[in-house]
Design a protein around this ligand. Sequence first.
Ligand SMILES: N[C@@H](CCC(=O)N[C@@H](CS)C(=O)NCC(=O)O)C(=O)O
Length: 156
Amino acid sequence: MTLDVSDSKAADLVLTVKKYMTAYSLSCLYSFRRCPYAMRARLGLLFAELPVELREITLKNKPAKMLAISPKGTVPVLQLADGVVIEESREIMEWALEQQDPQELLNPKTLHQGNTLIEQNDQEFKHWLDRYKYADRHLEMTKQNIGKKVKHFYRF
Ligand SMILES: N[C@@H](CCC(=O)N[C@@H](CS)C(=O)NCC(=O)O)C(=O)O
């Protein structure tokens, strides 16, 4: 049987099938196991209980498909089933929890705590961590003293 797509019922059917195919295809996450930003994205997806197709990459040999959708070349990158690309870890996490939030992490109290922690991590902690990692470029402080600044953020 051939479908005449000019027929409006057939066209509607094609649209409905496309909608279901999009809804049930998996988003694709380009990730790197040891990257803290990719971990953040994976945790967001995990807490949202959203399955994704995980594409583990190596930073030294980034896949052309990833660079084609996100030329800035950092992980994580999430490509949704409808083609939309989210290329910042925090936005991936927020998108995931906006889809589903079974543990209600977006409640105002948890959201405030989470945002505070993320700000502290991305600003102050990263500042001192980078200096600790590359202490030979920051001779104005001893590595030991930089280490104390880093340890100040340990809570667990
Ligand atoms: N602001 C970005 C930062 C992501 C980022 O810097 N990821 C690192 C890995 S941890 C990366 O992909 N770097 C590129 C490279 O090393 O070539 C985010 O939050 O997603």
